[in-house]
Design a protein around this ligand. Sequence first.
Ligand code: ATP
Ligand code: MG
Length: 341
Amino acid sequence: MSGTEYKSSSVLIDDVTLHLGRPVTADHQWVGQAEPLRSLLACWLVVAADDLPLAPRLIGPPGIGKTTLASVAALRRDQDLYIYQCTSDTRPEDLLVTPVLAESGKISYHASALVTAMVRGGVCVLDEGNRMSEKSWASLAPLLDHRRYAESVIAGVTIHAHADFRCVVTMNDDESTYEVPEYILSRLQPTIELGFPDRADEMEILRYHLPFAREQLLQLTVDFLQRAHGLDLEHSPRDGIHIIRYALKRLAQADSDAENEPHPLSADAAWHEALQKVLGDEALDLDRVAAERQRALSASAAGAAGLSLDDLFFGDQGQGGEQSPGSDNPQHPSPPGDDET
Ligand SMILES: Nc1ncnc2c1ncn2[C@@H]1O[C@H](COP(=O)(O)OP(=O)(O)OP(=O)(O)O)[C@@H](O)[C@H]1O
Ligand SMILES: [Mg+2]
């Protein structure tokens, strides 16, 4: 890294001073699911003099623990952690170096969390990477392959990553995101997938975050989340944490207002209120939501395969012989003698 001198909060690269950011002070712990954490740590190993670390993508539904896992991995390696929150508004210069007009009237250059991690040899989590546009991703192509550098057009410098620099990109699989271009995805390898925790892990996660929560609320929440996971609905540990927190606050409030409350608030009632307030009315009837979702999925699959809904839901047998009168569906002709006229 010729031409680079380090100072505590700035660095000089090719005569341009870059002001560096601060690492995130996080005290997270990872509960359960050891395998994705091991996979991520493996990606960051360097096993020979010519070897390079990998920059994997960590995928999974919202609120499942992606950012937490990436942060814990950085702490396990005893490295500074930098988190860059990607959004649809992120411009290439935001990702790298931003010019700021100083009081003196001069322009000063501020390094992003990513560039600070590159310079200091920290870990950068590019969080929610698939919210970012192709244009911004393009500026990272050389950083994410063997070249390990980024060019700031604004500051007119090429920034080389420190040998200890590590990177991971988290990605949600929800709909409000861009398609990450293929040439970038081919650099973000391998894919580490985070699935929903099992019952024991989910209970431990909730207990870890809410050690003061009463047992009944924990049990109700884990039962709910596990049912939701079983039905393939995307309710996450984060939702569970919010539900319990709100229920606990309502119970504490009811206790302190006991004189004015006509009826004492039970833990069960507080929990149901919290469930409805956090996740909406739909969450009160998971089976119906799951059935509707299944119907919508089947309908779109049928559309793709050129089948009708009747083909899917009634098949060859019909529905136990019941047929709507006057049906002219050749697959389900009215049974003999079923003519009402
Ligand atoms: N295995 C786990 N151990 C400890 N905490 C967990 C675990 N899984 C989830 N959590 C907790 O659940 C909450 C949500 O986690 P986090 O923010 O990391 O999810 P995310 O997948 O990054 O969500 P998003 O997609 O919205 O960014 C946090 O409070 C986190 O600490
Ligand atoms: Mg996250």
